[in-house]
Design a protein around this ligand. Structure first.
Ligand SMILES: [Zn+2]
Length: 385
């Protein structure tokens, strides 16, 4: 899982529900964990007719109220509705409304950032899509994630800082006000949505693989259990056959050695037993044949039940206008001052990787910039105290 994914927790559920309901024009009156949601007149949906009382959590005394938690029917309906509608919005990120967003490798550093000045050069547009990703099998529910993908509409590069800002919006109360309707045309949005949804699958691939392996193991165990049961049945049938054969042989002896009246009876009984023998033999032959082929029909049925279904659906689509340019950063220590410039976008942060001037590796949150004597030096390359 990347940083831009959150499990569907209670707080994510509450924040998403609130934003979604407000985005379709509902009014929410919160009293503790109880929300009274009033739908606007023009809203036509299954979820809300006039007003509904939601209770956050699953401890509901009021029978008329709806529960709001990750598995509640209300929330699941809300998600399906959101993915049907995928409400769109537009949001502008301008340079002057926030301090520069510094990357983790600078924030985690002990160095002082004495100034960070942004010079915008041009406007860009990004599309931020909040997806619901579900990985499940027919037999059991597996996992559900909210995943944000932010993509620059021109370069199609992904913008992780913007993604995180959007997820924070879902998993906390941080406000990122969106308003207005999108300028982009549906025909332009579609291919970007496809790229973004492919990206979601790539990012959750490891989760998919893990669940897939788990499901395969469960299927293997079930196939093996079935095979053992059938093997036991084969053993039982073989024993029945050998008992019948013995009794038939006894009867044949009787027929040869007894008088007329007993002979007729023995012949009758032997006929019945021979029929029974034939039936059991047929069942046994069939079972052995299916065993030798590996019980293909049953295997197929079991494997289908454990097959994975991966669904990725957009919940909300937001067009984000942002500015790109350069960020001039000045770092200082007691002895040195170092100035450097990196590509930057409002809301998207530094748009290029910056490398250690000694080892050439990109800075990360775990290997931040540590020293500025003769260039930007990473923690690993700095002399240890
Ligand atoms: Zn280094």
């Amino acid at each position: 899982m990347t940083d831009a994914a959150v499990p569907v927790t209670q707080s994510a559920v509450e924040n998403f529900a609130e934003q979604y309901l407000r985005s379709i024009g509902c009014d929410i009156d919160k009293q503790g964990n109880q929300w009274t949601v009033t739908a606007p007149n023009e809203v036509d949906n299954e979820l809300l007719t006039e007003s509904v009382t939601l209770v956050c959590g699953d401890n509901v005394d009021d029978e008329a109220a709806e529960e709001l938690h990750p598995e509640s029917p209300f929330f699941q309906t809300l998600l399906s509705e959101a993915s049907d509608r995928a409400p769109t919005g537009k949001l502008s990120l301008e340079a002057d409304n926030a301090d520069a967003q510094l990357p983790d490798w600078l924030q985690e550093s002990d160095l002082e950032v004495s100034s960070a000045k942004f010079t915008p050069y041009y406007d860009r547009t990004a599309l931020v899509v909040l997806f619901r990703a579900r990985v499940e099998t027919v037999s059991e529910y597996q996992t559900e994630l909210l995943q944000a993908v932010a993509i620059d509409t021109r370069s199609e590069s992904f913008l992780p800082t913007l993604e995180q800002a959007f997820l924070q919006r879902v998993s906390s109360d941080t406000e990122l006000k969106s308003s207005d309707s999108m300028d982009m045309q549906a025909a332009d949005v579609r291919p970007l949505l496809d790229t973004a949804s492919g990206q979601v699958v790539d990012r959750i691939q490891r989760t998919i693989d893990e669940i897939h392996q788990e499901a395969s193991r469960a299927a293997d165990a079930e196939v093996e259990e079935f095979r053992q049961m059938q093997q036991q049945r084969i053993g039982e049938l073989e024993e029945q056959l050998s008992n019948l054969s013995a009794r038939i042989a006894d009867l044949s002896d009787q027929i040869n050695s007894s008088d007329e009246s007993k002979r007729v009876e023995a012949l009758k009984e032997r006929k019945t037993l021979k029929n029974e023998h034939e039936d059991i033999q047929a069942e046994l032959d069939d079972l052995r044949q299916r065993r030798d082929q590996g019980f293909p029909k049953r295997q197929r049925e079991i494997r289908e039940r454990h097959a994975l279904d991966v669904q990725v659906e957009p919940l909300t689509i937001t067009e984000v206008e942002y500015e790109r340019g350069d960020l001039e950063i000045v770092l200082t220590t007691d002895e040195h001052t170092l100035e450097f410039t990196a590509g930057y976008g409002t809301g998207v942060g530094i748009t290029e990787t910056v490398n250690c001037s000694k080892c050439g590796r990109a800075f990360t949150d775990t290997n931040p910039v540590e020293d500025i004597a003769g260039g930007l030096i990473c923690l690993d390359c700095s002399p240890q105290e």
